[in-house]
Design a protein around this ligand. Structure first.
Ligand SMILES: [Ca+2]
Ligand SMILES: [Ca+2]
Length: 174
């Protein structure tokens, strides 16, 4: 499972990206996308190292991948930040093939969650059957404040997050 995000300007143009540096460079460059990294260019967002194994002995109650956002540091050019979840596997599997997948968006720290904005139990929920990409939600600017909008749309993107990125830019950015 890979958690990623893309940052767009007011016109829906890509400003920055945050996804795993473990993907081959050519995977992204061939699609005209930047290579993976752990920090956003403006240093407002950090992605913990890509967890490639999951919880071996069942759900351990801890988050495997976390993206943190410091909204005060976000590049003023960035107007929308989309968060999404993909599967990376040569077997082209869907969410139902994974024993436990959940994702949440919250304010606070992993140790002290102040409020949960959105939460999805992906593996347990029938609405995600035969899907492998989840557009979770977005942060966006409105009247000098940041707002969160839950999206929760799932798709079959054949374990290819480039398709999810293209989908967001084309269908969700306006
Ligand atoms: Ca991962
Ligand atoms: Ca875990």
């Amino acid at each position: 499972m890979d958690l990623s995000c893309i940052m767009l300007d007011t016109n829906g143009k890509l400003v920055d990206t945050l996804y795993s540096p473990l993907y081959k460079k050519e995977f992204f460059t061939s699609a005209g996308l930047p290579i993976g990294k752990d920090w956003s260019t403006d240093k407002a967002m950090y992605h913990t190292p890509d967890d490639t194994e999951g919880d071996k002995g069942g759900d351990d109650g801890l988050d495997n991948e976390i993206i943190t956002v410091d909204l005060t540091k976000v590049n003023p050019q960035i107007d929308q930040i989309f968060f999404f979840l993909n599967i990376y596997s040569p077997k082209n599997i869907d969410f139902q093939k994974i024993p436990y997948v959940a994702i949440r968006m919250y304010e606070g720290t992993p140790e002290k969650v102040t409020s949960v904005f959105a939460q999805y139990d992906v593996a347990k929920n029938a609405q995600f059957t035969e899907t492998d990409a989840l557009i979770m939600g977005k942060l966006y600017r409105k009247s000098n404040n940041w707002k969160f909008a839950a999206i929760g749309d799932a798709y079959r993107d054949n374990n290819d997050l480039r398709k999810t990125i293209k989908r967001i830019i084309e269908n969700y950015s306006k």
